[in-house]
Design a protein around this ligand. Structure first.
Ligand code: MLZ
Length: 462
């Protein structure tokens, strides 16, 4: 499964232009390469870019102006075309042969205008001087910074603890097989290989994902972990060839410290939580167990299997746990336990009936941290149910720090709530830069139905 957007003929530039879509700017994505530098990248900047409108045999460059930005992609217009937009072209600032003004001079490259303009410009030298002195351009270290921000502390053969996709309440030891753009392809170390040595199942996540941890984490916080079956041998797979190396805490993102003193989450307290197996639903939920370091196990009320196998671990600072009443206050449909009706469900009644209390609101990380996403913006987002797939997506709603993402061309059942700082969402053009495959929209948008995702339809885990 999975398609390659480029092979499928998908092109971000024409997709956005044709439909008048807006892309989320790079500076919205804190973990994304060049995020910190992006404040200075704007429409009007001038660059030196490869000029392919020439019959010369050597590579030559010409000056262009950014006329539009979409994530990492820029719509460029060569100097000399001025108001003529017929030759505008998209290029990815992260990958293209595009440089700050002055780069050609320093690197002994030729600045040659496209044929047509050449005839119009009498004195090239004074033309360039006039137009370029003091022009805003890319920072000189743009490509160096880009390369820096692509560095990653993970490589093949590093062991981690990661959620077990067949039983989400526990973790399992896995080994990094591939790293692309900070996303890790993980192989469970006792999954076994197929008859011809092929991998039977893998798991993808970004290195900053809350689902992946250093070796020893589960034991430390009291999370359950599957014991590795010593009889399974992965030895023939390249990821297992070299001696494995255990990952350590500093390779992972530090979570905000929470104080678990006098008042913290307690077993039985009620809350609202994003259903880990149906990320478009926010449900009535309970704290099932309190672990260490600010982690809690949460169960969705009414759908629990009963043996705790579908409990899910969330950190107290997670976007995915919310105080009771959050959905109502924010006009989000709350998924209620079977036997209840959304229209008549009220928290006070439910708490009374179940003899439980709501988790105190101050324990939740619902502070408005501020972000610059708005609904309608396009981006590249991981389908967290099939986390290998990075897809063309749209921000459908923004509520506090939560974003409801829609996958273009897919039914609304596939929509997912994510954190605005999720490491699994990327600016337009990220796949192209990292060499990750992008999933294009499948067909046109399905007709907008009024129906909500059906809470009883359990998606398969991840
Ligand atoms: N196996 C799945 C893939 C869905 C991927 C959707 N991504 C937005 C299906 O076809 O149902």
């Amino acid at each position: 499964f999975g398609q390659d957007a480029t092979l499928a003929g998908f092109d971000w530039g024409s997709y956005l232009e044709k439909n008048g879509y807006l892309a989320a700017p790079v500076f919205c994505f804190r973990h994304a390469p060049l995020c910190a530098q992006w404040d200075d990248i704007c429409v009007g900047l001038k660059v030196e870019v490869l000029n392919s409108y020439t019959t010369l045999h050597t590579k030559v460059y010409w000056i262009a102006t950014i006329v539009l930005l979409a994530g990492y992609k820029a719509l460029l217009r060569f100097k000399g075309f001025e108001d003529d937009d017929s030759r505008d072209f998209w290029c990815n600032l992260g990958t293209a042969d595009v440089h700050p003004i002055g780069w050609c001079a320093v690197n002994s490259k030729l600045l040659v205008p496209p044929q047509e303009i050449h005839q119009k410009i009498e004195d090239l030298k004074s033309y360039l001087m006039e137009r370029l002195v003091g022009a805003d351009t890319l920072p000189v270290d743009f490509h160096v910074k880009m390369a820096d921000s692509m560095r990653c502390p993970f490589r093949q053969g590093i062991r981690v603890e990661v959620v077990d996709r067949s039983q989400v309440r526990r973790t399992r030891l896995a080994v990094v097989d591939t790293v692309i753009g900070g996303r890790l392809r993980l192989l469970y170390e006792d999954e076994g290989l197929g008859a011809s040595g092929e991998v039977l199942s893998d798991f993808w996540c970004h290195m900053q994902s809350p689902l992946v941890h250093y070796v020893g984490w589960s034991e430390r916080v009291g999370h359950s972990i599957k014991r590795t079956d010593p009889n399974v041998n992965m030895g023939t797979h390249p990821a297992f060839h070299k001696p494995l190396q255990d990952s350590v805490p500093h390779q992972f993102k530090r979570l905000r410290t929470v104080y678990m003193g006098e008042t913290f989450f307690e077993e039985g307290m009620k809350l609202e939580a994003v259903d880990p197996l149906n990320l478009g639903n926010i449900c009535v939920a309970s704290v099932r167990k309190v672990l260490l370091d600010g982690y809690i196990m949460v169960g969705i009320d009414g759908v629990e299997i009963g043996d705790g196998s579908d409990w899910f671990c969330y950190h107290a600072s997670s976007y995915a746990i919310l105080p009771v009443g959050y959905c109502q206050d924010n006009n989000i449909p709350l998924t209620v336990p079977t036997g209840y009706v959304q229209a008549t469900f009220t928290w006070p009644k439910y708490l009374e009936e179940t003899g439980t209390v709501a988790a105190p609101g101050r324990l939740f990380n619902t502070d408005d941290i501020g972000h610059c996403f708005t609904s309608g913006m396009k981006l590249e987002a991981v389908d967290l149910m099939e986390p290998r797939l990075v897809c063309v997506a749209t921000v459908r709603r923004c509520v506090g720090r939560l974003l409801l993402l829609h996958f273009d061309g897919w039914e609304p059942e596939f929509d997912q709530w994510v954190d605005c700082q999720s490491p699994e969402i990327y600016p337009v053009g990220w796949c192209e830069i990292t060499g990750y495959q992008l999933q294009p929209p499948i067909g046109p948008e399905p007709p907008q139905s009024q129906e909500r995702p059906n809470p009883s339809k359990k998606a398969k885990p991840f």
